[in-house]
Design a protein around this ligand. Sequence first.
Ligand SMILES: Nc1ncnc2c1ncn2[C@@H]1O[C@H](COP(=O)(O)OP(=O)(O)O)[C@@H](O)[C@H]1O
Ligand SMILES: [Mg+2]
Length: 365
Amino acid sequence: MAELNLTAVDKIYQSRGKPPVHAVRSVDMAIGDGEIVGLLGSSGCGKTSTLRMIAGFEDVSRGEIRLGSRVLNELAPAERGVAMAFEGYALYPPLTVRDNVGFALLRARTPKAEIERRVAEIASLLEIGDILDRYPPTISAGQQQRTSLARALIRRADLSLLDEPMSQLEPQLRAILRARIKDFLIEHKMTTVFVTHDQTEALALADRIAVMEGGVLQQFAAPADLKERPANLFVASFIGEPPMNIMAGEIAGQEIVIRTVQGEKAFTLPAQAGDRPGEIRVGIRPHRVRVGEGPLKGQVVSNQWLGDQTHLGIEVEGVLLVAVTDGTLNIGIGEAVPVALPGDALHLFDAASGAALRHGEVSAA
Ligand SMILES: Nc1ncnc2c1ncn2[C@@H]1O[C@H](COP(=O)(O)OP(=O)(O)O)[C@@H](O)[C@H]1O
Ligand SMILES: [Mg+2]
């Protein structure tokens, strides 16, 4: 059990004859004992590189990685007390699933009866009890992935690193296993860093989420904070489905002037006392756009019913917004609807830097 600290960690890949790739840029992270952290970002943003540096499979180009009081930088992977489930599984083909899963315990000379008990426990947790006597090349990608995950989790290591651990699984199984894995990690107080590009997985599993883009850590915060208080435009647009509506505008006197994509004045919203004049971006989440009442004139341009909610595309005085409402909404395309953008639902960002300026109050709902 230990805290994990990354201090100004960089990864620069140098290969001969090719320009260097700066994959991770000055990442700082302090992860608490027993905390479950998700590294979230799109493909190529540096998630796997970060995880492999922690595990010791990639050198740290700059910076320091500590687990408790130990500096990990120069330690070999086996000396770090870290268990990792790899993106490509890395199972031993000549060993059965059972022996792959129990491998680390066998090497640590764990008594046979305990190995058997723990293999059975983790196999039942991950639904691989029926394939324990099979060999990796004869099982499906989803089964290989769960075998790899079992092999890492069974160790109950000081630190567990899981790279896209459920990417190959069917959505239903993924949802069930997510809950079971979370219970297992909490029960054994396992400090865990997992990588995913799936925000639902990150929101469901993690105590805190580190959002990465272009090798840069954009924000490291609890799921609710990422939603309610995104640090910048990137995080605001990345977290949430459908994404936050972002409008161009400026603060002028007591007003926020919202513009159309052509740059013409569309409508105004009230500014607040502390707002400084200048170019801004204004964000509002689709489920906070109020349809059916309000001072703005909207016209419906699309209406999609998705089973339990309705996504409406609405042109509001020349600005296209997406609104989400629960249930069905019988508004035809082309119909006029009044719209409100509640002040407490608005997020303001600096137009040039993208940094958040202020957030609406957190809604009780
Ligand atoms: N061994 C390597 N050599 C050179 N470039 C690499 C290597 N591994 C990863 N990269 C590059 O580093 C960047 C980050 O990759 P990676 O950490 O795998 O991202 P992610 O896991 O978020 O998809 C990408 O541009 C990738 O092409
Ligand atoms: Mg990856």
